[in-house]
Design a protein around this ligand. Structure first.
Ligand code: 6AU
Length: 274
């Protein structure tokens, strides 16, 4: 199973360009850290990314929370992505019919498909959401992450819902590169499927709800440590927001980014060594 392979080995086996590039970047930078930059001003957004850039494989954005958004911010983001060698993940959480999500992905103010290597979607509408997003994203070499589980208390994404999300992804392995999930999805919803085929499948598990200093927030978020997430649950990328950008001045933010990078990488090294 992919759980015991190195990121570099997995990069060689991957055909989706975004998944391949992400796995290569993780190996090259020795970082499985994705920073989520959920701030509301362009200047703060760009400054934080410049500070954490050296320590991350991926920046996760919520562009629709930026109050003073101008499209030139995307050009600056792309420059930082080249300067620091990271990929971009717009956390759009699409959740509509195929035709609508294709428009939301390609058009409007943000034109997400033109700059975001990876985006995500809820499986709730059924496979048409993948077809719609793929019609835009596949020609551009993009990758899609499905939300198979969530980090929040009381989430409805569990049990049969999670299994069916994984089954939807298996039917579109060229474009769906992985999941937002709290654990590996190996074998989930796989009853009756060919075991060698399953052993060769390699979905990336990107996991939010990661924090070293808090257990949660007042609105249902729940945190686990990088060690619990990567070593015990077998996830591939830790997504950290307030645990990094919420920690004060630039020096503090930089120190936190380095701390989470080290913790996430040590947990991975321990995982592949057993
Ligand atoms: O570290 P935090 O709690 O400050 O931020 C976590 C980030 C937020 C959420 O929108 C996002 O991760 N997130 C997601 C994603 C990435 O899809 C899913 C989920 O289940 N929980 C979660 O927190 O930007």
């Amino acid at each position: 199973s992919a759980r015991l392979l190195t990121y570099a080995q997995r990069a060689e086996n991957h055909h989706n360009p975004a998944a391949k590039a992400l796995l290569e970047t993780i190996g090259r930078k020795k970082s499985n850290l994705c920073v989520s930059v959920d701030v509301t001003k362009q200047a703060d957004f760009l400054r934080i990314i410049d500070v954490v850039g050296p320590y991350i494989c991926l920046v996760k954005t919520h562009v629709d929370v930026i109050e003073d958004f101008e499209f030139s911010m995307i050009d600056r983001l792309k420059e930082l992505s080249a300067k620091h060698d990271f990929l971009i993940f717009e956390d759009r959480k699409f959740a509509d019919i195929g035709n609508t999500v294709a428009l939301q992905y390609s058009s409007g103010v943000y034109k997400i498909s033109s700059w975001s290597h990876i985006t995500n979607a809820h499986p709730i509408p059924g496979p048409g959401i993948i077809t719609g997003l793929s019609s835009i994203g596949t020609p551009l070499g993009r990758g899609l992450i499905l939300l198979a589980e969530m980090s929040s208390k009381g989430t409805l994404a569990s049990g049969a819902y999670t299994s069916q999300a994984v089954q939807m992804a298996r039917a579109h392995r060229d474009f769906v590169i992985g999941f937002i999930a709290m654990r590996r999805m190996d074998g989930v919803g796989a009853e009756g499927l060919d075991s060698t085929d399953l052993a060769n499948e390699d979905f990336l598990i990107l996991t939010p709800g990661v924090g070293l200093d808090a257990k949660g927030d007042s609105m249902g978020q729940q945190y686990r440590t990088p060690r619990e997430v990567v070593l015990e649950s077998g996830c591939d990328v830790i997504i950290v927001g307030r645990g990094i950008y919420g920690k004060g001045n630039d020096a503090d933010i930089q120190a936190q980014a380095e701390r989470y990078r080290k913790e996430g990488w040590a947990a991975y090294e321990e995982r592949i060594s057993v």
